[in-house]
Design a protein around this ligand. Sequence first.
Ligand code: ZN
Length: 279
Amino acid sequence: MSTRISRRHLLQAGAGALAMQRAATATPPAGKLIVDVHAHLKHGDAEKTEYSAKDIVGVMDAVGIDRSIVFAMSTTTQRSITFAEKAVAEYPKRLIPFLYALPNYERPVLADIDDALTNRGFRGIKIHAGECRLTPYVIDPVLELAGRRDVPCLIDATGSPSVARRLAESFPHTTILFAHMGAYMSRDSGMIDAFIQVAADYDNAYLDLSAVALVFKMEEAVQKVGADKLIWGTDGPHKNPNLNTYAQFEMEKVQRLTIPQADKDKILGGNIVKMLGLT
Ligand SMILES: [Zn+2]
């Protein structure tokens, strides 16, 4: 048996034991909830990695995640709303809906976004620079609306700290979570440092710790901006090496940091519980 396989088995056993342990105890108080702020819902595109609500909750149960923020992407805003609504109707106590903001050639989407936030229980907005430019004439109306409705935007700025800085500076009343500390699985420490600096400079800028390759940067970020500005997510589900182990690895990145347990609790759930007023 290779080291890799035995480690995977160990992790699976660990995840099972953790789930059993949590199942045996009552629901933790809100301050101790473990919340994944970054989970992708399937929308039917086989090339993407998104999964069904059932898959997501299956991983949550196995790994010990109490709540997950879910959203679809690579689809229209309207479809993202429909997908997330359906998912949350299936698991109302576990899943929290974000919608996906994407310009549309057929019609403006701002009214759909506002309706979802105002009337349909949506708690935030996902934005991805991989699918639309974050230039002022494209994205600023969404950031402005988010500020007015007091909901956070989870933004993948795909490694552009100057874009992140412009958004944080231009919309001081909009809470922004920058995904992956800057860019998905990036090893560009200079770029990550620039994102940490944005979080340091602006009260409304936070860093999502999902799919971070340079884990030591998480610890540096705690030192520089404090645990209050860091929010954990998985960017899952992912098949590599399997759904549960992927999420477990993402959680262990935070659990293994050399920081106080109270900081880990904030990062793994406390901060987002406070931000969204979860109970
Ligand atoms: Zn993602």
